[in-house]
Ligand binder design. Structure first.
Ligand code: SIN
Ligand code: FE
Length: 306
């Protein structure tokens, strides 16, 4: 049970934060607890680890500064199977050190997921890892890129074809909390906005791939998810009135969510690390709440071609 603290405010009776005691990135967890955590995660909760700290090696604190960003991208990224980070500027030694830091975070995150959800292990693929060393609040971005508005994650050029987006976040700033809002269950969100979405016209997926708008054929799932992302962000009345909960993740906290399912917004915060994992939907124990299942139920047909 989470106790309401001044660190959070909530409307509509939402309580999506599930606090966990673990201090180790490869904790020993009983089968019963693992099953409980998996149920909660798959239902759309936030698994929150206030005491799961990620330690700097000597000298790495220097990377808590937006000056390492190359000015073009807001994050410093490491793609799996690449040996150099993208989006960073510095000497060869600095870049090697940032790489080591981000890679260690990727390995820690993966170890955590393997320990908590061994059933996911054969079905997961490591995707990008990022260090986000810039303040979120007050950044000049278009409404569509504005992650201070509630949204579910969806990528215009990178169709997921139903693969799930599992993310491990860590507030690496020593002073400032990372302030998030999380909103109503995906099914409620979908009930409101799916009627405003439309399918693709014949040949659209093919054409977008031909024109390199997308990296592969976009599925109806991706097409609808993208519209849901945009409809939520564009609707300021929805942003204000939807049942939601503000939560401050303190320095040193870690949290795990399905970010394609949980409505989330990041309001303030200075420095974060993030690991993305792609999970084959086969790995999901209870599909009831997964976005693909919700959309397929509402629209009366599978959203991803078998
Ligand atoms: C997001 O995934 O929308 C942003 C998360 C963050 O920067 O805290
Ligand atoms: Fe997001």
């Amino acid at each position: 049970m989470t106790v309401a603290t001044p660190a959070q405010t909530t409307t509509g009776g939402l309580d999506l934060i599930r606090t966990q005691p673990y201090t180790d990135w490869a904790p020993a967890v009983s089968a019963e607890t693992r099953a409980q955590l998996r149920r909660e995660l798959e239902q759309g909760a936030v698994l929150y680890f206030p005491d799961l700290h990620f330690r700097f090696q000597p000298g790495e604190e220097r990377f808590l500064d937006s000056r390492w960003s190359d000015g073009k991208s807001k994050n410093i990224n490491l793609r799996p199977n690449e040996d150099a980070v993208r989006g960073a500027a510095g000497s060869a030694q600095d870049l090697a050190d940032i790489h080591a830091l981000i890679k260690r975070y990727a390995e820690s995150s993966e170890a955590l997921i393997h320990s908590l959800f061994p059933e996911y292990a054969p079905h997961m693929v490591r995707a990008g890892t990022s260090l986000r060393p810039s303040e979120i609040a007050g950044r000049p971005v278009s409404w569509r890129k504005d992650d201070t508005r509630l949204h579910v994650d969806s990528f215009p050029s990178n169709p997921m074809l139903g693969k799930r987006l599992l993310r491990v976040f860590h507030n690496i700033d020593p002073q400032a909390p990372r302030v998030w809002r999380v909103g109503e269950p995906f099914a409620d969100f979908a009930a409101r906005f799916v009627p405003k979405t439309h399918g693709m016209w014949p040949g659209q997926a093919w054409l977008m791939k031909q024109l390199h708008v997308t990296k592969r054929l976009r599925s109806e799932y991706d097409h609808r998810m993208l519209q849901l992302h945009d409809l939520a962000k564009a609707d300021l009345d929805y942003q204000k009135t939807v049942p939601q909960q503000e939560f401050q993740f303190p320095p040193g906290a870690t949290w795990i969510v399905f970010s394609d399912q949980l409505l989330h917004a990041a309001l303030r915060g200075k420095a974060m690390m993030e690991q993305t994992i792609y999970l084959d939907p086969k790995a999901i124990g209870d599909h009831t709440h997964s976005p693909e299942a919700v959309l397929s139920r509402m629209l009366g047909r599978p959203m991803v071609a078998a």
